[in-house]
Design a binder for this molecule. Structure first.
Ligand SMILES: Cc1cc2nc3c(=O)[nH]c(=O)nc-3n(C[C@H](O)[C@H](O)[C@H](O)COP(=O)(O)OP(=O)(O)OC[C@H]3O[C@@H](n4cnc5c(N)ncnc54)[C@H](O)[C@@H]3O)c2cc1C
Length: 498
């Protein structure tokens, strides 16, 4: 279907990522006519969701509950410690990561609905599997999952988006590609559709309700500089180029309440020479998340974060910002040969900015832009500070720390003394923004007086209030799915009763 063929629908869903597709599938399930508008061409559709590793964080008390979502073979069950990730641990992790600022009502819904929503997607036909390659460590002959993150979509983000789009197609829900929503039809105090544009054509699509699920503003350099602060316009974008804050702007234009951490973003260590936006052919391999096994230094040759303060699931999303703050906005991650076998696959790709040397002096010479004398001093002091008496153990926060350094390393500290040495250059790669619009527990967009804007729902990245400063890995997709499903169901209900 093209824009010229579309005049009305019961529910218009804006966006074609994970949150939008969950909204569309839920609205369809509720028995209404749905149409999806996607600003990107078909070849680039699926938003940031396409770029993801497909990780979904879900609460579970035992392997039986995990099996509601994941196919786990008997052999895997026998050889793997999946642990338990209770709702209260999940809540704690979000509260802690967000420095206790998150909206408790929304987060509670996210956590309590996490497994049920993913199993709803599974029943619809999306496949999930345990993410051994990213989240499990080998202990003797068995595996142990770390950081509360087990569940992943088969085929990662690409597989997720493809299967969601296929489900929409099978359900007869059209996706209009190359078609952007540009404003909301807001008449007599109610949202009654959207104005959509495709190429030269612009027209109104009337609807009983609209679900906005069209991402944050991370791809918009002007908004990044305006809301996140100086320097953020220079960050690299990890994902889609199409998330320009359109949905947020459309909602604010009709009086929606801005909410959440508008000056905050999820941002990671990302290859220094990665392209300005995500590359769908290369995917997510520019991320560099094995820093807990080494050290990170800036242009002054100094460490600037505690690389081992927690499992990387709980630190990676805030360390991109720390890299952005460093002189020249770059850092080098340094490892010695005792650790390089532990580096994630993304360190072994062709598109990597890497230096290798047989001595620390030689390495210091090779690290472009770094104060060499200071770097050698930093490594020497760091080596002396490592508590060698505490055993190194990847599977737990081992407490193998440094002592006496101004910036400690709290876990997994090992001396950097065994050649060959490797170093990887990173900068800040922005994933998504945390500020957005306020929604009710029923995903209705709130106005500045704290009331529902009739006919308007929102889900996904463009919702504010869930994440501040940081978020645990795998929560973006699950939040999009939970509130997308609620938004679609509620939009359908609204449209039937109005
Ligand atoms: C590289 C990378 C890896 C990640 N890995 C994970 C992970 O493993 N697990 C996890 O939980 N999270 C991960 N995330 C975060 C995750 O991508 C987001 O939290 C989630 O995908 C957001 O989903 P969404 O549906 O809100 O937005 P998106 O998936 O970004 O979808 C937004 C859609 O809106 C469309 N759009 C924008 N403006 C308009 C408009 N005006 N009209 C019509 N359409 C419009 C866009 O084209 C896009 O299709 C990752 C992000 C990146 C970039």
């Amino acid at each position: 279907m093209q824009l010229k063929d579309c005049q009305n629908a019961d529910v218009v869903v804006v966006g074609a990522g994970n949150a939008a597709l969950c909204a569309a599938l839920a609205a369809h399930e509720a028995g209404v006519r749905v149409v999806i508008l996607e600003k990107a061409p078909e070849s680039e559709s699926g938003g940031n969701s396409y770029f993801t590793g497909g990780a979904f964080r879900i609460a579970h008390d035992n392997i039986g509950q995990l099996r509601e979502v994941l196919d786990i073979s008997e052999e895997e069950a026998r050889t793997t410690d999946f642990g338990m990730y209770s709702e209260s641990k999940f809540l704690d992790d979000v509260f802690k990561a967000t420095e206790y600022r998150c909206d408790p009502d929304l987060v509670e819904i996210l956590v309590r609905q996490s497994r049920h929503t993913v199993s709803w997607l599974k029943r619809k036909g999306v496949r999930f599997e345990p993410t051994y390659h990213r989240q499990a460590v080998k202990v003797g002959t068995s595996f142990r999952f770390i950081g509360g993150q087990i569940c992943g979509a088969s085929g990662e983000g690409e597989g997720l988006v493809q299967s969601q789009h296929a489900l929409a197609q099978r359900a007869g829900v059209p996706i209009l590609y190359d078609t952007a929503a540009v404003s909301l039809l807001y008449r007599a105090g109610q949202v009654r559709g959207v104005v959509a544009a495709s190429g030269q054509e612009q027209r109104e699509i009337t609807a009983g309700a609209v679900v906005l699920a069209c991402g944050g503003f991370e791809s918009n350099a002007e908004m990044r500089a305006r809301y996140l602060g100086p320097g953020w316009d220079l960050a690299k974008v990890r994902g889609t180029r199409y998330n320009m804050g359109d949905g947020i702007a459309m909602a604010l234009n009709i009086g929606a309440m801005p909410y959440g951490h508008w000056s905050g973003a999820h941002a990671v260590g990302w290859d220094l020479n990665a392209p300005p936006f995500g590359d769908r052919k290369i995917g997510d391999v520019f991320q560099k998340h094995s820093y807990p096994y080494g050290i990170m230094v800036n242009a002054n040759g100094e460490r600037f974060v505690d690389e081992g303060s927690d499992f990387r699931n709980f630190t990676y999303a805030k360390y991109g910002q720390e890299i952005l703050k460093q002189p020249g906005m770059f850092a080098w991650q340094i490892f010695d040969s005792k650790m390089t076998h532990l580096l994630r696959d993304q360190y072994r790709v062709r598109q990597v900015t890497k230096v290798e040397a047989m001595s620390l002096q030689e390495l210091a010479q090779e690290l472009e832009g770094v104060d060499k004398t200071r770097l050698l001093e930093t490594i020497s002091k760091y080596n002396q500070a490592v508590r060698q008496d505490i055993p190194f153990d990847l599977a737990v926060k081992d407490g193998r720390c440094t002592v006496g350094l101004p910036i400690p390393k709290s876990n997994w500290a090992n001396t950097i003394d065994t050649p060959p040495f490797q170093a990887y250059a990173v900068t800040c790669g922005i994933t998504c923004t945390f500020g957005g619009v306020q929604i009710s527990p029923r995903a209705a967009v709130q106005n500045v007086c704290g009331k529902d804007i009739p006919g308007l729902y929102a889900a996904g990245e463009m919702v504010g209030g869930l994440f501040y400063f940081n978020c645990p890995s795998g929560t973006g997709l699950v939040a999009g799915a939970v509130f997308g499903r609620i938004a679609g169901t509620e939009a359908a209900r609204f449209c039937k009763h109005n």
